[in-house]
Design a protein around this ligand. Structure first.
Ligand code: COA
Length: 196
């Protein structure tokens, strides 16, 4: 798991909070208050909305106009499993923020990213994809920079994501670090549980 490191605030996992709830809750509240006070500038955009538009790309921040079958095809094209489109709709409707880029000429989504969370403190970024035909021209960075800014504007600074090893080099320059202060992300693994 990678953590956004605009401000160095460690991620407090529910596991930590469970151990000594009261004390940690107070510490967490204090940290989060500091976070708000020391909030630095938003991420600078590498490519402006206007520059994207001049190249035929339109930015969208809602699912209106988003063809979910086309989006699903982009997911499949990059190697994600095909998922039920109705479930994707529910997931997107329950997301805190999302951003997608349409290639206007084809009227198709070519880049996408979304974040879920509690709306004030924490967010996790999911489904960062760029259509293979459009990779390497800055669209991935364009959606990520804007998605992070949407979250920072809401005051959300605990921003995490899961990264495949081959993509770590994409996320690092965007401000994400692995294991800040030794904190590790953990994932519930049914496979492991069955083994016991
Ligand atoms: C990873 C992905 C989103 C990157 O999108 P992209 O549009 O191709 O990336 P960009 O063109 O915006 O690249 C931005 C920068 O990251 C670098 N970069 C892109 N992919 C990279 C990778 N896999 N490893 C290291 N650096 C990478 C680019 O060289 C570029 O560097 P620069 O700013 O110095 O020029 C895209 O390749 C993708 O959809 N991959 C398949 C799905 C996936 O793996 N998603 C992430 C799930 S964890």
């Amino acid at each position: 798991m990678l953590i956004f490191n605009n401000i160095s605030i460690p991620l407090r996992t529910p596991l930590v909070l469970k151990a000594t709830p009261r004390r940690n809750a107070v510490v967490l509240a204090q940290k989060q208050q500091q976070q708000q006070q020391t909030l630095t500038a938003l991420t600078n955009l590498t490519i402006s909305d206007e520059a994207l538009a001049s190249r035929g790309f339109a930015l969208h921040r809602t699912i209106n106009k988003l063809n979910l079958d086309h989006l699903n095809s982009v997911f499949v094209a990059v190697g994600f499993p095909r998922r039920d489109t109705d479930k994707i709709r529910v997931a997107l409707e329950n997301s805190d923020a999302l951003l997608w880029i349409e290639y206007e000429k084809a009227e198709r989504p070519v880049a996408f990213a979304r974040a879920t969370g509690d709306g004030v403190f924490n967010a996790i970024i999911w489904d960062v994809v760029v259509d293979p035909s459009f990779q390497g021209i800055g669209l991935g960075k364009a959606v990520m920079e804007r998605l992070v800014n949407v979250l920072l504007e809401k005051g959300i600074t605990n921003i995490a994501l899961y990264s495949e090893p081959r993509v770590l080099g994409f996320y690092r320059p965007l401000g994400f670090v692995a294991d800040p202060d030794g904190i590790r992300g953990m994932v519930y693994s049914r496979k492991q549980k069955k083994k016991r």
